[in-house]
Design a protein around this ligand. Structure first.
Ligand code: CP
Length: 307
């Protein structure tokens, strides 16, 4: 593995390898001394051209737990605002002897574009509506912890599939790991040809919940919607919002997930987000171990890991 550009490019064995390494790092970050020297003398730049809370902090913590040197860049307040191109920005940062870059960008394909033009290793931290590979890996890690295995598990992804990089990366990862995937949401928010990826579609939330072992409730990405896909958020919540009465009605102990940030009262109510079946904060916790594993596996592929 030279880069992590998307789950689409990973073999099943590579995904399983990352999840197994993450198991070890989860044990490490629960020790009193949470740091290991694996990436000592390696410099990693976190380049965030789009907003982030979880992914940015999680990568920074993962890098620090691995003893890497860390640089944080966000496009707001940078020379991007003066018109500097992505490639010039990255090349200038690399000139300062940076070994790896973690990049979040609003343009689908930005990490692949860079991978063809620069020498450093690249980790995709979310590229527009395309992929969010580390989110899918941490989701699979969290599901595996909860369900034991993903082989044969029924996983629902609910909401704004059309604009969701989390959905696409999860579909690739879950299918590769042997899960059954069902998508649920308004007709206008489910791409017409997505069944070619081997997923089922169900436009009814209740029957989707009856079917699944776990439901990943996605955020409505209003910032990527320049036309109306449903009449109002209130109507969306009435049809596709996960509420406690609905959960009680299906009377089944399904696992509830959300990649964050949550629109409380839209895709999920506070009562459900904070209930015992929710693993939303476990997902965030596991994100650090999974990102440590990704960085470790990438560094290991270049023989630069310190033992
Ligand atoms: N899940 C996720 O990508 O959250 P952030 O946008 O806060 O990084």
């Amino acid at each position: 593995m030279r880069h992590l550009l998307g789950i689409k490019y990973l073999a099943v064995e590579e995904i399983e390898d990352i999840l197994n390494v993450a198991d070890n790092f989860k044990e490490v970050i629960n020790r009193p001394i949470k740091k290991v020297p694996s990436l000592r003398d390696i410099t990693i730049a976190n380049l965030f051209f789009e907003n982030s809370t979880r992914t940015r902090i999680s990568f920074e913590l993962a890098e620090k737990r691995l003893s890497a040197d860390v640089i944080n860049f966000s496009s707001s307040g940078s020379s991007v605002k003066k018109g500097e191109t992505l490639l010039d920005t990255v090349n200038n940062i690399l000139a300062m002897k940076v070994d790896m870059i973690v990049i979040r960008h609003a343009t689908p394909g930005a990490p692949v574009f860079l991978s063809k033009r620069i020498d450093a290793q690249i980790v995709n931290a979310g590229d527009g509506t395309n992929e969010h590979p580390t989110q899918a890996l941490l989701d699979c890690f969290s599901l595996r912890e909860k369900l034991g295995t993903l082989k044969g598990a029924n996983i629902a992804i609910v909401g704004d599939i059309l604009h969701s990089r989390v959905a696409l990366s999860n579909i690739f990862a879950l299918k590769k790991l042997g899960a059954n995937v069902r998508l649920c949401g308004p007709v206008a928010l489910i791409p017409r040809y997505i069944t070619e990826l081997g997923v089922e579609i169900d436009y009814n939330l209740e029957s989707t919940l009856q079917w699944c072992d776990a439901a990943n409730m996605l955020r409505i990405q209003l910032e990527r919607q320049n036309i109306k896909y449903f009449p109002s958020l209130r109507e969306y919540a009435m049809q596709y919002g996960l509420t406690l009465p609905l959960l009680e009605k299906i009377n089944k102990n399904i696992v509830i997930m959300h990649p964050g940030p949550i629109n409380r009262g839209v895709e999920i109510t506070s009562e459900v987000a904070d209930c015992g079946q929710s693993i939303i904060l476990n997902q965030v916790e596991n994100g650090v171990a999974v990102r440590m594993a990704v960085l470790y596996v990438l560094a290991n592929s270049r023989g630069i890991v310190k033992r």
